[in-house]
Design a binder for this molecule. Structure first.
Ligand code: AMP
Ligand code: ZN
Ligand code: FE
Ligand code: FE
Length: 283
């Protein structure tokens, strides 16, 4: 296991259920060589984990999963190896979080207009320090007994076509890629087989995409093969991870995908190349 890594993990700083410390304990038990916390649009989980690491712990890679616009839908862009203390990145993420909280308020308002008794504080209580998202609204509705289950909340109110749905703030793919490159990092298209993101690879490569997530619990074996071929064709680094969220459904357990450490070596090479290019560009 010492040479295995997991480059796609969530904590309760976004929509996962585990605290950063609980996640670290799982990573230690799995004896991973390296890992990346890739919470949605926030560095809070990463920053907390960074402060928890001790001697002999696996290597923690700076990570993010950025929500990007894609036609009428969304695609997810993983980011790695950037400098997490870069000011423009911090500002962009803070702005994003503020807008997400505003959106949470709007969804609560729509639910109230439909006669459902829920207030924004109920949602905040579920979200804790995480930016408000639909999973928190769903859980709050369930706790209030306004719905029969978490899934029922989506079915009745907040699915993409639901009556209380409000679209989410997201980055343009070019904006996300530039933000990360300027912070010295690299970008990887997350789970390309979800929502047809794979069809946009060529376009994203032209924008500077560095890699593609090949190993993911949602990918079938023939899809994994196809994605590996695409990575080679477009000279992309291939990566993978469990997309662990701590709840069932479409995610694995910590370290569940057999991602070799060589993927990380390739990502690091790519990041150094990018940084050299950035430096040349700025003189
Ligand atoms: P948000 O980013 O706030 O729009 O929330 C998106 C998250 O809500 C997804 O990552 C899923 O965890 C969850 N979600 C979205 N649609 C559904 C659905 N139809 N049923 C259950 N969960 C969903
Ligand atoms: Zn998630
Ligand atoms: Fe995702
Ligand atoms: Fe994810």
């Amino acid at each position: 296991m010492k040479h295995r890594i997991d480059l796609h993990l969530h904590t309760n700083c976004s929509d996962g259920l585990s605290t950063p410390l609980e996640l670290l304990e799982m990573v230690r038990r799995r004896k991973l060589a390296a890992f990346a916390v890739t919470d949605h649009d926030t560095l809070a989980g990463y920053l907390e984990l960074r402060s928890l690491l001790g001697e002999g712990d696996p290597e923690l890679i700076p990570g993010l999963e950025l929500s990007c616009r894609s036609g009428n839908g969304e695609l997810h862009m993983l980011a790695y190896l950037f400098d997490p203390d870069t000011e423009p990145l911090r500002v962009a993420l803070a702005d994003f979080q503020n807008k997400r909280n505003e959106r949470g308020r709007e969804m609560v308002q729509k639910l109230n207009e439909m006669g459902i008794e829920i207030n924004y504080d109920d949602v905040l209580e579920v979200a804790g320090s995480a930016a408000v998202g639909r999973p928190h609204v769903a859980e709050a509705l369930y706790r209030r007994k306004a719905v029969a289950s978490y899934d029922d909340a989506f079915r009745r109110y907040i699915s993409n076509r639901g009556p209380a749905y409000v679209p989410k703030q997201s980055f343009a793919p070019a904006e996300a890629i530039t933000l990360i490159h300027n912070a010295g990092g690299v970008t990887v298209l997350a789970h390309p087989m979800i929502d047809g993101a794979v069809d946009r690879i060529e376009e994203l490569v032209a924008l500077g995409l560095d890699g593609v997530e090949v190993l993911h619990p949602d990918h079938k074996q023939n899809e994994t093969q196809k994605l590996k071929e695409m990575a080679a064709r477009f000279r992309l680094v291939w990566t993978g991870g469990s997309d662990f969220h701590g709840r069932g459904g479409r995610c694995g357990s910590v370290g569940s995908e057999a991602v070799p450490i060589e993927c990380l070596h390739e990502l690091k090479k790519r990041a150094s190349q990018r940084q050299a290019l950035q430096k040349r560009g700025s003189v």
